[in-house]
Design a protein around this ligand. Sequence first.
Ligand SMILES: [Zn+2]
Length: 444
Amino acid sequence: MDGPSPDIRRMRWIRAGWVCPVSGPPLEDAAVGVEDGRIVEVRGGRFPGGADASFPGCVLLPGFVNAHTHLELTVMRGFLEDLPFPEWLRTLTRTKYEALSREDLTISARLGAMECLRGGVTAVGEMTDVGTGWDAMCELGMHGVAYQEVFGPADAQADAAMASLEANVARARQTEAGARRVGVSPHAPYTVSSALYERARDFCDANNLPMAVHVAESDDEVRFIRDGDGPFAEGWKRRDIPVTARSTSPLGYLDRLGILGPATLAVHAIHAGPDDVERMAEAGVSVAHCPKSNLKLGHAIAPVLDFLAAGVPVGLGSDSVASNNAVDMFEEMRLAVYLQRSRAGDPEAMNARAALEMATLGGARCLGLQDDLGTLEPGKLADFVVVEMDDPALTPSYDPVDTLVYSASRKNVSATYLAGERVALDAGPTIDEARSIARRLAAP
Ligand SMILES: [Zn+2]
């Protein structure tokens, strides 16, 4: 080749034994050129000149996009084991509001963000209630969308709920930047009235904000929406809130309310029948699939293959560690493949490449950030994960993507880059603070 152009001289090169761009096949002995936090070039094969950072024996891939997190709830890891879902939710809510201060939730969210970064997650679809999830994303330079949650099952609560939503969104938007954005999340059909859904929808439309909703997660939710009975209905009745049988699925109900659109992320969407899949594809909705959380809470298996076949973008999410216990995108990829193979009764139903795409580009699509994140292509942000393959459990490796999906874990992540900068974390003080919060929570 000719001598490097002036542009290339300004560029920094990060080399690795393998580079998996996701947008194309893995490249052996390759390098990524970075300038001003963005990818300028991805080059395979040996070429003259050194590298600014070199990771021989490693795989470099796009930073994982964890499409569904609740960073604020990280200190509840292991605190709610083995409870039935409605009670799990009640205990979680009570603890969040009655036992944890804002300072506690700041530490909790920071711990969660550190856990993500250590495990190669560079962007999140965060559900934030008190706002500390957003603060942690800003503090640590993570990308993604923080969806400000809003709750209110009774129609009469809608005014107050909207006032606090608007104030929280206005506060968060002051620090919005590039690929770190603010959205809105009316929490779930069993915590939000139809009036509040409609007002949240209008607010999002007027302010061009993306929306994320928990939907079609449990049998209890299906019963509540369709028939107006079950544990969620009993909870509403105890609070004198009238319950209406909607005679449709949770997704059918949200469609009726005008919630489903191209800027809507449906979280879980487990109980999505053929009609639901069709309405989601038509509306341009995307899905955050949370395999490990769904399994742990004893929920069913989402029809991911149906979504993909219909062209519905699917990303992978961990959900909160209160229902997941460890943010490990390798485990999520693996479980996503296994669950679909089991559901279809077919070992060819999904492969490792499809899972890696969901954990990166799929998640980026869910968040509407596919122009910035999800693949190693010129123009996108230089957010990477470096996975150390020098581990007996990853040896031998016949195909780097198969090894990443079927054998690797978060423990194999040796470096994470955000906008071209290697992330350096001192998690020690945050771990100590979180342990002291946990001691307080566990005290009788
Ligand atoms: Zn969730």
